[in-house]
Design a protein around this ligand. Structure first.
Ligand code: SF4
Length: 742
């Protein structure tokens, strides 16, 4: 008997029995099927007949289920109970499939929901947990039309948004000033005791306390001060937070340090956290707090974390998991034909802080990203290597969009940043010149992006000198065909949009760079109204939302994970109120071309379209394979109630040819819907406000807005792929992206 069969003998709990009894009471037909079936196979047949019978009246749902219709339009005509019917049929079709579950360090997960019900009804066993039965109960209610969904009104959404003040609220600004002084006093104390020494940041002999504070307040505007004084231990973190962390949290943080997880919280970012929580901002800083305070699951998994995006692993002489041949270093990542990521060997391999649910935690685990700022200074060999990397882009037939990131692109010094941008300019110019002699033209560079979270983590780093470097690059790069200049940032909470952040964004916009935002939809950020409020506040400072990402990762990120159902609910219920009508698309398309007037443009557009914010972002999951998508169906569920989702690639954009071989992508969620709702309740939310959440069991990727499209060339680009090689069928990395074992 294998381990999975053994679980079938485990008796279900009293709570599970109660939920089962309710399920059967509400669904006599289901009870009849389950009691009269000799085994699960007969139960499958009975349930399938029942569902198909219902679907005869709903041909659109049957067509969607059978794959005869697909896409956004087909999805939008489905009724609420259609979702449930499709899910029931998918559960039956995929019953018995086994998957490698990286949430359980590679243990096998199996989906047998009907078997679980049959065992529970006929033998009281199966070992399924209450979260499983709860999910099934909601599914059957949805199927029978007893559970409906109600789209909230704009007023309701706005009332949820009102729960969250922004960092620009004068009351919050005053609180942060209080925090700043508290932190500076602690730093002064440590300097006086000789625990902190710096030649650059030192007091003159005989200075009074007031003089010292005045001097420290001047230092506050200097980014180097924040990097130098960043907190690197849990004890100091607690001290800086007025010893407000409880003993349990401190125990987890101590274990985090022992496990080797870096701590790096700079004083500015620390000042965004409340120590004294005022009545009007209860829970407002939670999304930030959860980024700083590591979870138990992260601590337990650190050292065992598996890379989510397999194509980020470079194997010299062999294609990556997406089929791209890359330079033999870890500086270039590539998923798509037209886009490439550049990670320089500079202090850009650090960040302004460590986000607890970082997509690159795997890189922090193996040390290729870290906070050893001195050691990250570029070596003598870097200019030569940079030249080699540029040749790769120059000689590639398809790359037209370079995303310079890290870590954080703006953590590089001004000199290092200017060097990289100069190299990109030279490469773009050379690529263009070489095209003149080519019959079959290569793609020329059209877009340069800088990935940075510093506008949120350390806005002081966006200095006039840096803005000058960016403005000068923009001016000359426009002459070699580069048309879009984008700062891709990451604000997580409206509370991160402070006066300092607003000024930083304004500097970037004045330099002619558009600023877009990528939000990670953590549990804290997923509360009703939180993300919509962030979109509104971002628009108010001239930032355009770009992506809302499902949290990536496995068990290490389960604390911060918000289920995909909630992402879809947010998209369809809350983000909806900011949807830009198509008649404004021409104006939207023009936004990137005049970044310096972005604030005015965005405000005019919001007014004309009568929307509180421009919902310019797409909600997606970065697949643990290639690309982004929110086209999925829930096809299974574990006995713990964790859902198993099958994703399709986003077919509306250019992809590596490998996706045709990969087929669909399986994702097993690290948290059940029941667990998530309990977590929301812990955060003070009313789970009743999330009614309907269970029902969002499928999605279709939103269309991309025209402002994110690359301009057309006035020539045809060759189809040739210069750096592509299809990995062999048995390539372990490609296989790893598929996950199913049966
Ligand atoms: S800024 Fe980005 S790369 Fe750096 S820790 Fe945060 S999520 Fe990770």
């Amino acid at each position: 008997m294998d381990a999975i069969d053994q679980l079938d003998h485990i008796a279900i709990t009293v709570k599970a029995h109660r939920l089962l009894r309710q399920l059967l009471k509400e669904n006599p037909r289901l009870e009849e099927i389950l009691r009269n079936s000799k085994n699960e196979i007969e139960a499958h047949v009975g349930i399938r007949e029942w569902v198909i019978e219902e679907l005869r009246e709903r041909p659109q749902a049957l067509a969607y289920y059978e794959g005869r219709s697909s896409g956004r339009e087909a999805f939008e005509v489905l009724s609420w109970s259609d979702y449930a019917a499709v899910r029931l049929l998918d559960y039956i079709d995929h019953a018995g499939r086994e998957f490698v579950d990286l949430n359980l360090r590679g243990e096998v997960a199996v989906s047998t929901p009907v078997r679980q019900l049959w065992l529970a009804v006929n033998q009281g066993t199966g070992g399924a947990k209450p979260d499983f039965f709860d999910d099934m109960l909601q599914l059957l209610r949805q199927f029978a039309g007893r559970a409906t969904v109600r789209t909230p009104t704009r007023d309701e959404v706005e009332s949820w948004m009102d729960r969250y003040p922004s960092g620009l609220d004068p009351r919050i600004v005053a609180l942060r000033q209080e925090n700043r002084e508290r932190i500076l006093h602690l730093i002064i104390d440590r300097m006086d005791r000789g625990e902190l020494q710096s030649r650059r940041f030192a007091f003159d002999p005989g200075m009074s306390r007031a003089d010292k504070l005045a001097r420290a307040l001047e230092w506050w505007a200097d980014p180097t001060f924040h990097l130098r004084m960043a907190v690197r231990s849990p004890q100091l973190l607690n001290e800086m937070l007025g010893n407000s962390l409880d003993p349990d949290t401190m125990r987890v943080l101590q274990r985090a340090q022992d496990a080797g997880i870096p701590f790096f919280v700079n004083p500015y970012y620390l000042s965004l956290l409340h120590v004294r929580v005022p009545y009007f901002a209860i829970g407002a800083d939670l999304a930030i707090r959860h980024y700083v305070v590591y979870s138990q699951q992260l601590v337990e998994e650190f050292g065992q974390i598996r890379a989510w995006e397999k194509e980020d692993l470079v194997r010299p002489g062999r294609p990556n998991a997406a089929g791209w041949m890359l330079p033999p270093y870890d500086n270039v990542h590539r998923r798509y034909p037209d886009v490439s990521i550049l990670i320089p060997d500079t202090t850009g391999r650090a960040c302004g802080g460590l986000c607890s649910s970082c997509q690159r935690m795997f890189d922090f685990q193996r040390g290729s990203l870290n906070f050893d700022l001195q050691a990250l200074e570029p070596r003598e060999s870097w200019p030569r290597k940079l030249g080699e990397l540029m040749r790769y882009f120059e000689e590639d037939s398809q790359i037209r969009d370079i995303l310079i990131t890290g870590g954080d692109a703006l953590m590089s010094s001004d000199a290092a940043l200017a060097r990289i941008l100069d190299a990109v300019y030279g490469m773009a110019a050379a690529k263009r010149a070489a095209n003149a002699a080519r019959e079959r033209k290569y793609a020329e560079i059209q877009r340069v992006r800088l990935g940075t979270r510093l506008p949120a983590y350390l806005p002081q780093r966006i200095t006039p000198e840096m803005a000058d470097i960016l403005a000068r690059f923009r001016e000359k790069a426009a002459e070699v065909g580069i048309r879009q200049f984008v700062i891709q940032t990451h604000f997580e909470s409206p509370m991160e949009v402070t006066p300092e952040a607003r000024d930083a964004v304004q500097r970037l916009l004045s330099a002619g760079w558009m600023v877009t935002n990528q939000l990670v939809f953590t549990a804290g950020a997923s509360r009703r109204g939180h993300t919509t409020k962030l979109r509104e506040v971002l628009n108010e400072v001239g930032v355009l939302p770009y992506y809302t990402f499902v949290v990536k990762g496995y068990r290490e990120n389960s604390f911060n994970y918000a289920p995909v159902a909630r992402v879809v609910q947010e998209e369809l219920e809350e983000k909806r109120i900011g949807r830009v009508p198509e008649r404004f698309y021409d104006e939207v398309r023009e936004l990137p071309t005049r970044a310096d007037t972005m604030l005015r443009q965005v405000s005019t557009l919001r007014g004309r379209a009568c929307v509180p914010f421009l919902a310019t972002d797409r909600s997606v999951l970065n697949l643990p394979a290639v690309g982004k998508s929110l086209t999925f169906r829930v096809i299974g569920i574990t006995r713990y109630g964790r859902r198993i989702l099958e994703f399709d690639h986003d077919r509306t954009r250019a992809h590596s040819p490998i996706i045709d071989r990969m087929g669909k992508v399986i994702v097993i969620e690290s948290k059940s819907i029941g667990e998530y709702l309990r977590q929301l309740a812990e955060m003070g939310e009313d789970p009743a406000e999330y009614e309907g959440l269970y029902g969002y069991s499928m999605g279709q990727t939103e269309p991309r807005l025209p402002l994110y499209e690359l301009p057309e060339y006035d020539f045809d680009v060759t189809d040739e792929l210069t750096n592509f090689q299809l990995p062999p069928d048995d390539d372990e990395q490609v296989l790893d992206t598929a996950d199913p074992v049966a």
